[in-house]
Ligand binder design. Structure first.
Ligand SMILES: [Zn+2]
Length: 222
């Protein structure tokens, strides 16, 4: 039921380039996204955070290192690039830290993509026992066949079922749905209720329902 994650190509959500080995995980309003290095470096929140750090740290360092010269009358031209570097260094350090932190192997990006796209759903259904009224066994089974023809094509997620005539008396049915939600939706629908009331007429008592997840199947069972 799970397909191979390695078959899914994962690409940068921003520029669409397919990742070769590394992806960068960035946070946005849409949740976590994977970007290539270039698109991660230019991502607005990262640029903003690095700029704020550079502004604060750069200003403090400039004040410490060049404060006395700036306050004096002389302002040597070399000071321009020194101040520029004083701001550039914390910008680069902050960006490098964030980028190294965001680095993910391509396997992680594939696994995440896989989780998002294919939720594994467990099949669901019921095993139920019926006590037919005398002589009504065949009618009960016939109504199930009618259900299969007329109702099943309109019931979402109804995969199939079968009915046993038990050696020790009574009938035992199996109903298989794609998911618990589909099973519930059918059980609660007015159409199913109308069918059930007609069906119930043929029985001594309410069927004994045993609902549950289908955790294994073999052979041709859906
Ligand atoms: Zn990109």
């Amino acid at each position: 039921m799970k397909s191979e994650a390695s078959e899914i190509a994962v690409a940068c959500e921003h520029c669409g380039r397919v990742f070769r080995r590394t992806a960068y995980e960035v946070r946005s309003q849409d949740g976590t996204l994977f970007r290539c290095l270039r698109c991660a470096l230019t991502q607005a929140p990262l640029v903003r955070r690095s700029a704020i750090i550079a502004l604060v740290v750069g200003t403090i360092l400039t004040a410490i290192n060049q404060g006395n010269i700036i306050l004096s009358d002389e302002f040597p031209p070399s000071l321009y690039w020194k101040i520029a570097l004083t701001y550039a260094v914390p910008y680069c350090v902050a960006t490098a830290g964030a980028i190294l932190n965001a680095r993910r192997s391509i396997d992680a990006a594939q696994a995440r993509r896989f989780d998002g796209e294919e939720k594994e759903v467990t099949m669901y259904g019921s095993v139920y026992k019926i006590r037919p009224k005398a002589g009504k066994e065949q009618d009960i089974v016939r109504m199930m066949e009618e259900w299969d023809r007329e109702r099943r094509p309109n019931v979402k997620g109804a995969l199939g079922g079968c009915m046993y005539k038990l050696d020790n008396g009574g009938l035992m049915g199996v109903a298989i749905f794609e998911s618990k939600d589909d099973y519930r939706a059918n059980a609660e629908s007015p159409e199913q209720n109308a069918f059930y009331r007609r069906w119930r007429e043929l029985m001594e008592s309410d069927p004994e329902w045993n609902d549950g997840e289908i955790v294994g199947s073999w052979g041709q069972v859906p």
